[in-house]
Design a protein around this ligand. Sequence first.
Ligand SMILES: CC(C)(COP(=O)(O)OP(=O)(O)OC[C@H]1O[C@@H](n2cnc3c(N)ncnc32)[C@H](O)[C@@H]1OP(=O)(O)O)[C@@H](O)C(=O)NCCC(=O)NCCS
Length: 144
Amino acid sequence: MEQRRFQESDIEKILEFKKKSVQVSFPDNNFNPEKYKESVLKNFEREPEGMHVLEENGKVIGFLWMSTTRTILGKCGLVHQIYIDDEFRGKGLAKKLMDCAEEYFREKNIKRIKLTVTLENVSAIKLYEKIGYQKKRVVMEKNI
Ligand SMILES: CC(C)(COP(=O)(O)OP(=O)(O)OC[C@H]1O[C@@H](n2cnc3c(N)ncnc32)[C@H](O)[C@@H]1OP(=O)(O)O)[C@@H](O)C(=O)NCCC(=O)NCCS
């Protein structure tokens, strides 16, 4: 297993991961693949060192997307996306990537990491809680 920086040629694989995630977390929403690719590549230009993939035998099987933002409360780390391919789950790989996120933000002297997860995504919530993330606020939505 190798962890390396994301490169532009990984984009189709990352898009495939995102499509699968959206089916689970936002089954009723329209997903715009072009917009997604655009935002990944834009972030890649701005903070390329924050995007990593896991590779097994030359095949991308995991993805971690981090970025740094400045808010009125100071600098903050964001974990935008973490994904492990189905057949590689349950082996501690996501935990390893999240450890890497913590190290990444610590090196930037960032004291707070934020992420968003849908309530239905029980495995992701379990992962985050296991490594010390706490529910801090509620995002409310209404379909109109
Ligand atoms: C969530 C996800 C990243 C977890 O990846 P993973 O590599 O299987 O997770 P790990 O093996 O590192 O698990 C670490 C801990 O998370 C928790 N966890 C992970 N998957 C779990 C599951 N299906 N059920 C219960 N707990 C789970 C456990 O506490 C686990 O520790 P343990 O094995 O010692 O009990 C993976 O399921 C995934 O890619 N899902 C689709 C994408 C996604 O939802 N990403 C998050 C978006 S916010």
